[in-house]
Design a protein around this ligand. Structure first.
Ligand SMILES: Cc1ncc(COP(=O)(O)O)c(C=O)c1O
Length: 387
């Protein structure tokens, strides 16, 4: 068989591969990004699905528009005002089958082979994977605890002429970092100045444990250069596969054409369920109940790290999201992974998150899906491996 150039030399997404290894009984996994089981709203999901099938069953089961279920698009046009995005019409909204599809459709619409995509270094590992499937050339922009380095970003825009700059501004995956407001505004301006699409990926905004919500990069966009992507995977259910892309009507139209070819439409019932979560107020109640669950798990992990990890290990203490990013100078976290799994603990090694494969001495820990006891025991095991 003759595979395409775009797929023949690609290895799988590391997380998907790691999942295979860690299904071994007894392994405590800090590798995924799964919501806590207790935070999956099974009863409300059942109730809303039943109501919707009773009220409007045929419409739920019929084909629908690729753009999305119209009442839900209207709902999402208003929903994004909570992150400062105003004056949105349904033409600016595409319903997507999870945030990941929004990233894929954006690259599909913009990227030719060897086109440059800039990403914050380190970045969401799946975006590197998606970019490879479009044969893009991905380059990292420096960032630190204060967010991306704007000088480095502008320099790279001038030198490399990227089509897209991708960023996760709230509680980034993997670092947990949040981009300060002034930088959000500056990023929007750079997009406009140089004609670069800013792809703002924001699945974690609602999972804020402390501090106050910040306006999105998109809220500073005056020229249609920012595409905002959000998802209900972390606030309702990842299995539901519902998210939205909000941007200039012309950009949304291009993504829609791409989506027509992929999955025709996002499942109507799931869109309508998400809408009911929003309009009933249940989404906000559910988030308010979930946040303390996550916050206490995060605290359990930072406390266990302080208790067990070697002095040399440094780590982020994020204000939200699902991840703690750590640095362990002189260690190769990819090499140590097999030993860690033998010892019964799993993480994702840092090099998966860098455009150039650096970051060997870093690792990402997820705290949302383990119990407090597992967090304590898992960090104890990890400390032994890193010592
Ligand atoms: C930064 C980021 N973007 C996008 C996604 C994809 O989420 P989904 O496709 O489930 O909405 C994730 C999931 O972990 C993520 O961390």
């Amino acid at each position: 068989l003759q595979y395409s150039d775009r797929i023949k030399n690609l290895t799988g997404n590391a997380i998907r591969e790691i999942f295979k290894v860690i299904s071994k009984p007894g392994v405590i996994s800090f590798a995924g990004g799964l919501p806590a089981t207790a935070c999956l709203p099974v009863d409300k999901f059942k109730e809303y699905s039943q109501q919707l099938l009773q009220e409007n069953g045929a419409a739920m089961l019929q084909y629908g528009a690729t753009e999305g279920y119209y009442p839900f698009r209207e709902c999402m046009a208003g929903f994004v005002s909570r992150c400062g995005i105003e004056n949105v019409s349904t033409d600016n909204v595409l319903i997507i089958s999870g945030g990941q599809q929004g990233l894929d459709l954006t690259f599909k619409a913009f990227i030719n082979k060897d086109d440059i995509i800039l990403v914050e270094d380190p970045t969401y590992l799946a975006v590197l994977h998606i970019a490879k499937t479009y044969q893009a050339d991905v380059r990292g922009v420096r960032s630190d605890a204060d967010g991306i380095d704007l000088n480095d970003l502008e320099q790279k825009i001038i030198e490399l002429k990227p089509k897209i700059f991708y960023i996760v501004p709230n509680f980034s995956n993997p670092t947990g970092r949040t981009l300060p407001v002034q930088k959000r505004q500056a990023v929007a301006k750079l997009g406009e100045k140089y004609g670069v699409l800013i792809l703002e990926d924001d699945p974690y905004r609602e999972l804020r444990y402390s501090g106050s919500h910040l306006p999105s990069i998109k809220s500073f966009d005056e020229s249609g250069h920012v595409l905002y992507v959000t998802s209900f995977s972390k606030t309702i259910s990842p299995g539901m596969r519902v998210g939205a892309a909000v941007g200039a009507a012309e950009v949304v139209r291009k993504l829609t054409i791409g989506k027509q070819a992929v999955d025709v439409q996002t499942v109507t019932l799931m869109q309508a369920v998400a809408q009911r979560f929003i309009t009933s107020g249940e989404l906000d109640r559910h988030i308010a109940a979930s946040v303390p669950v996550y916050e206490s798990k995060k605290q359990a992990m930072t406390q266990a790290i302080a208790r067990y990890m070697p002095e040399s290990y440094s780590f982020s203490d994020p204000e939200g999201g699902l991840f703690i990013w750590g640095e362990t100078p002189g260690k190769d976290c990819k090499q140590l992974f097999a030993t860690a799994v033998e010892q019964g603990v799993a993480y994702v090694w840092g090099s998966e998150f860098y455009a150039d494969g650096s970051g060997a001495d870093r690792l990402r820990l997820n705290f949302s899906n383990a119990t407090h006891e597992q967090i304590d025991e898992g960090i104890k095991r990890l400390a032994k491996v890193l010592a």
